[in-house]
Design a protein. Structure first.
Length: 351
């Protein structure tokens, strides 16, 4: 785990740095099991998410396919076989140091990060996660509701799971809120697991059931959001569960290490939204500002200067896996994290 965990002295140094940044923020067992919690029948009235046809020939392992916007290649290309995306529901950037969250702090020190990334509006769980995983603004993916509502169907357009499945990758979602099953259709997932429990229990389930052949895995930790609504954002109670969430993250990193998966796994850790008082959903910077952390093969450590929106998560994951980016996506790959020039954002940020 030396790759992921720096010494305590380094971590405390990072804590001091992040506490300074706080004042600068805007106001602020070898294969996948079968689908275990299938989403509701397709009784939706809205258009479904895209269903892509797998290619006739296998996807080249490390070769980038062309996209609508030319993207520079890495030489040598890092060996990224899989991407693990972890979302801490409701995590404000300043909570990382205040809790503190030493595992995440160590990842930031050894990876690339932003403490000023932005979510999409409305800054709520389901719409924001849809933008995170479809690479599109809410007006395009159409998820403008925030409750479990099978009649609404699924996010529209081609999402990250559609791309990965069409290119022969094993995909999965393990989530702490049932409504997240509406982010993509069952055909795009090899695994869906809803665990109505705390972050540590979700991590324990994953440690026992960790698939070693996944290409794309999304993990959702819900407890921070629950405690924010009950006790308030940055309350002692919320910061306490932030520390427990950090322990859950550490368990997942240890599982990667023990299974020999860490060297070819790209880690992406972020949040769907922040919060203030006991709520969120507005355009308040405390609701809109989120952390964005990336670590693993090919990453150049340091604080990112590129403006980042949550739609960039899908674009960066697809780019790293060598998947073609759909032209309708609003997100762009955060190539700065790989030591490359930042990509232009032709469409700008989501309104």
């Amino acid at each position: 785990m030396m790759r992921f965990f720096a010494g305590w002295r380094q971590i405390m140094g990072m804590v001091a740095v992040l506490l300074c940044l706080h004042g600068c923020l805007p106001p602020a067992p070898t294969a996948f099991p079968a689908l275990t919690q299938p989403p509701p029948p397709a009784t939706q009235t809205r258009p479904p998410t895209a269903t892509l046809t797998p290619p006739a020939t296998p996807r080249p392992t490390w070769t980038l396919e062309p996209t609508s916007t030319p993207i520079p290649s890495l030489t040598p290309r890092p060996r990224i076989r899989r991407v693990l995306i972890i979302s801490f529901d409701g995590l404000r950037p300043d909570a990382i140091a205040l809790a503190p969250m030493p595992t995440l702090l160590a990842l930031m020190q050894n990876g690339a990060y932003s403490l000023t990334a932005q979510t999409t509006y409305p800054s709520a769980t389901l719409p924001a996660h849809a933008s995170m995983l479809t690479g599109m603004c809410p007006q395009k993916h159409g998820v403008l509701w925030n409750d479990y509502d099978p009649a609404q169907g699924y996010a529209q357009g081609t999402d990250l799971f559609d791309l990965a499945r069409a290119n022969g990758l094993q995909t999965g979602m393990v989530v702490g809120k049932k409504k997240l099953q509406q982010l993509t259709e069952p055909a795009s997932l090899n695994l869906f697991q809803f665990i109505n429990d705390r972050d540590l229990m979700i991590a324990d389930w994953l440690v026992q059931n960790f698939p070693i052949d996944f290409g794309l895995l999304f993990v959702h930790f819900p407890t921070l959001d629950f405690m924010g609504h009950e006790h308030g954002w940055l309350s002692p109670e919320q910061l306490s569960v932030a520390r427990r969430g950090d322990e859950a993250l550490g368990k997942l990193l240890a599982a990667l290490q023990e299974r020999g998966l860490h060297e070819e796994t790209l880690l992406m850790i972020s949040a769907d939204h922040g919060g203030h008082d006991q709520t969120h959903g507005s355009r308040d910077p405390l609701d809109m500002t989120i952390p964005w952390v990336i670590a693993g093969p090919g990453i150049r450590p340091g604080q990112l200067t590129s403006p980042i929106q949550t739609t960039d998560t899908a674009a960066t994951a697809a780019w790293a896996l060598g998947l073609p980016l759909p032209p309708e996506w609003d997100g762009v790959p955060v190539t700065e994290a790989f030591g490359l020039p930042a990509q232009e954002r032709p469409a700008g940020f989501c309104p």
